[in-house]
Write a protein that binds this ligand. Sequence first.
Ligand code: UMA
Length: 438
Amino acid sequence: MKGLKVGIIGAGRSGMAAARFLRRLGARVLLSERGRIHGPLPKGIDVETGKHSSRLLDSDLIIRSPGIPGHLPILKKITRRGIPVWSELELASRYARFKELIAITGTNGKTTATTLVGEFFKTTKNPTFVVGNIGTPLSDVALRTTAKSNVVVEVSSYQLENIRTFHPTVSCILNITPDHLEHHGTMKAYASAKARIFENQTPEDVCVLNADDASCRRLATHCRAKLFWFSRRQKLKSGIYLDGNDVVIRWNKINSRWPLRSNLPGPHNVENILASVAMAVAGGVTFKGIRRVLSTFKGVEHRLEWVRTLRGARYINDSKATNVDSTRVALASFPGPLIIIMGGEGKGSPYAPLRSLIKSRVKRILLIGEDAPQIEKELRGAAPMERLGTLTKAVLRASQVAERDDVVLLSPACASFDQYRNYEERGREFKALVRKLA
Ligand code: UMA
């Protein structure tokens, strides 16, 4: 990298981390951001803000932040010039050293599975890093990894679009349902981006796939790694599955069965657990370590997170539900009666798949954000709806209508960017508002 001219597009979390990393490697960096730069800039880098100028065309290499749309004119020019475009994941993974590199993708459950897999690997003697889409970019830790490290990376379809050599020892696709269609265009393109997680794997590696998911089954035919299937619904000849309340593993000479003890609500979490156990087993974690972690693991922030019980009504923060399927999963986790707060920046996928669950479990929908009119149109008649605009008003309204044994659920089915910096900020505001309720 020394002396190489590298242009970075986007100065968010991953762009800033890439800039710091490239500076340490001695590259000449131009950081290009359409908005403003937040936070301290690494020393010695060139910056342009408010635009992406043709200066980028002078680069030997481009690092594209995950949120940069493919139709951006400058990106088209860059590609036409034949300048290689990498994601920050591709860049950092070239410098990471590891015993196991575990990469996890999927539409939903990524963060829970990544956190859980991280906890499993922390029971081994080797240092474990938990990075990627979950928050800390791999660039921030890559130079601290050694041949003994376990590196657990949450990977998004955006990051996978611009990989070349990224090569996990264990990969996993949890599930594939419509999301980010505004970015990828079609389901096929979205699934293909996800499948790139295993494109550099060989038969020495392992790929964990969901046997209950038709898209995963289709993708498996292109996978060269050793397959490790998981299923919540069916007994498998080879893989990990649930039999009653028992976890059964039959894989690669391993034959094991034990009762599942976990605090995570909902059937989707059973799937996250099965996949995570498969990854841990493939990476050599002992059953003792796995079972100890499972019995104490409480889940992750902003994902079906209990906030408070007030006058018998439970308030649940599921701000991480930034797509329709995530909200479907949340609805399926509570029998009801539910008061659900939905809305935000829509992603163009239909809300209709929620209709039957809403009809049977939801007593009121409180709408916020930009996509409220669209949700209202598509779910008309499923449950009474009110447009409140902001979270402040929605939480107040929820507290007025909530009765004993109700569940007040923030599960927006939308991104947060119309009103917040990210879903974490939205979730924190929800929790603060709920805690303030008299
Ligand atoms: N920007 C431009 N030009 C553009 C568009 C955006 O300069 O045309 C700038 C924005 O003004 C902003 C920056 O690019 O300053 C934003 O970058 P980004 O959206 O690529 O996001 P980062 O801050 O780099 O964070 C990314 C991930 N974000 C996305 O994939 C959208 C974070 O995942 C991740 O934690 C972080 O890298 C570290 O790896 C978040 C996410 O929402 C949680 N992920 C999606 C999801 O989980 O559904 C994929």
